[in-house]
Design a protein around this ligand. Sequence first.
Ligand SMILES: Nc1ncnc2c1ncn2[C@@H]1O[C@H](COP(=O)(O)OP(=O)(O)OP(=O)(O)O)[C@@H](O)[C@H]1O
Length: 191
Amino acid sequence: MPVLTGVSFRLSQGQGLVLRGANGIGKTTLLRTIAGLQPQLSGQIAGAGERAGYASHADGIKPALTVAETLRFWADLYRTELPGDVFELFDLENLRERPAGTLSAGQGRRLGLARLAVIGREVLLLDEPTVSLDVFSVKRFAGFLRDRHLARGGIAVIATHIDLGLDLPVLDLTPHRAALEAQGGSDEAFL
Ligand SMILES: Nc1ncnc2c1ncn2[C@@H]1O[C@H](COP(=O)(O)OP(=O)(O)OP(=O)(O)O)[C@@H](O)[C@H]1O
């Protein structure tokens, strides 16, 4: 069943794009499709694949591992070097030895987002990355995106309802909505 139709964009190195649209319009679906996690019904997606890192609503954290162990685990998994300043970048210095399962929602989200600095992927696909973050942490994460990712030639597609203050172009998906209701589908998923 089509969710979105006629979506087309191209991003060069150093460029970001914000996806906007009402709940259920298909932002997650589009990001997951670009990431290769589900197939598109038609059309073409080029340049993501192995270059892409996808961050979903979930942080994918193992509760028993400490914050430091979690970051080391991701660095080993992706065969990258752990950036020396990753704890500072995501305000995790005082939480290094804390089991991830004991973190608050916002702390856990900061740890989940720190994965993006570890995996070394050029194309970041971010689904509501600032959920649970306080104002200070949102600014810090926006700084990471601007100074550490986009400024170094990275690409980012970000589904977000809030203003990250990055002055990125916005793609409103509203005109691309497929007529789900007309096909007997619903426009909200409760999974
Ligand atoms: N597993 C599923 N089975 C059936 N329909 C689904 C499934 N997942 C999503 N959908 C439907 O696909 C459409 C797009 O969902 P999607 O999660 O991509 O929207 P979204 O724009 O990310 O929403 P939100 O802003 O609420 O996160 C919705 O109508 C949703 O109900």
